[in-house]
Design a protein around this ligand. Sequence first.
Ligand code: DGY
Length: 334
Amino acid sequence: MGGAGGRALADVFVTRRLPPETLAPLAGSARLRVYEDEARAVPRDRFLREAAEVEGLLVLLTDQVDVELLAAAPRLRAVSTMSVGWDHIDVAACTERGIGVFHTPGVLTETTADLCFALMLACARRLGEGERAVRAGRWPPWSPFAFAGLDVHRRTIGIVGLGRIGQAVARRARGFGMEILYAGPRRHAEAERETGARHVPLEALLAAADFVVLLAPLTPQTAGMIGAPQLARMKTDAVLVNVARGGLIDEHALEAALKAGRPWGAALDVFQHEPAPADHPLLALPNVVAVPHIGSASVATRRAMARLAAENLAAALRGDRPDACVNPQVFRLP
Ligand code: DGY
């Protein structure tokens, strides 16, 4: 059976149940197989079997698209991920095989920046500790320094990676009257003008910031970029916030540093291995706020991400070139 304009339908595997209307962009151009579970990732053997037969994959960040999978997928032409991060995909191996990789930047920017601020506030103002105490019947009589934490307003934020989300965090920081520093390989003149952010070396940022916010992508260059030496540069009353990827931080070093009192606290949306087990050593520390990788988790934003991932895949399978392409080189291959 043909698709729109008489084109043959492409076979596509979607690795998770998504709201059907978000997959509508694929309707005219693809024959969909969907792993009908919303809560759990597709088992690896099923993923390999499905990948062997399709031209397009719509994946999540829980699905590893690696050399093993690509070797099992001779017909594959496009991989579209419902995430802005693509560290679960071997992009170089896809490029070598002429497979386009697409992601969902833009639609999750503001939602993720909101969560980043929520984490900063939660850690600084000890919301987790306070909430646990109230629920456990450990609400002490009001006293001058019970649950007293740190101010956020008018302090210094250091943003590591001033991309779209970093800039959205900077705009919020401006509203809190904060001084804004950023580190990263490139200057962002427009964002500097808009928010007053100043570009500084990472070492200077770590030494000056009251809130160090990690928003860099996870790459071989950034993996483990915050280890013992970097933590030792932070202030004793600083907070480390990670809404990017757990692999940016050496978690053993962070545990030791927090126990030693530098930095003051950490707020983590992401861990090196997810889901983090309940006995993860960082979760035993009262000065750690942890949430389960929910940076972009508003209903509206998750729908927008799913829809954009479907649109990207539909366009790629039609032979168009979606904007949100991670490896545009594939369009120049013979
Ligand atoms: C992403 O998109 O990469 C986030 O980690 C989940 O929204």
